[in-house]
Design a protein. Sequence first.
Length: 213
Amino acid sequence: MVEWSIAAMRAAAGVSSIVVACPPGHVHDLDGDDLGVVEGGATRSQSVANGLEAVGTELVAIHDAARPLLTSHLVEGVVATLVADPEADGAIAATPVTDTIKQVREEGSAPAAETRGALTPLYGANAPLAIEKTVDRHRLWAAQTPQVFRAGALRHALEGDPAQVKSATDEATSIEAAGGRVLIHPAPPGNFKVTTPSDLKLAAFLLGERSAQ
C-alpha cells in the first residue's frame, strides 16, 4: 500500500519530493528509493511533525498509505483547490456523507457533551445505546487524504494546544483549531481507507485491474 501511494505521488505534477514516516525500526525498509524517510512518532501528529522537518516547500501534502487507491489526478486536484484561494490554509479530499447519521448516548445517561461540534462520548463495554438525535447529513462530509496545506500554517497548527493536537485524527482538525480555513475537494468513491480484511481484498482487486490497464 505504501508503494502504491508513493507511485501516485511521483506521478503527480508539482510534487518535488516525498517523505515517508515509518514505524520505529523500519526506516531502512525503503532504502534505495529516492525518498526522504523519517521515523514516525507515538501519535499521528508527531509523525507528521517529524516529516515536516524534512520539508522545505511552501505547500505540503499529507497522505495515509491506508488509502492505496490514491491517484495523481486527485493529488493535483486538491493542490489546485488550495492554490486557487490565497486566503485558504489548506484543502482536503472528502466525500459527502450518504448514510443517515445518528448521535447516541448510553441508555439512561445525561445528554452527551460536545466539543467543537464533535461528539465525545464515554461508553461502557456493554452499555445499551439510545439515539439522542439524528444529525442533518446535508452539510456533512467525510474527510479523507490527501490533505494539502501551506507548510507554515501546518507547522503553526501543530504547535498549538498539545492535548488537541495529540487527539486530532487529521491535520485539518489542527488547522481548524488554530483558526485556519480549510477547503473541500470532492474525492472519487475509490479513495477508500483499508481498515478490514474485506477492504484489503477489494483494494487488491481494484489495483490489479488498474495494473492490467
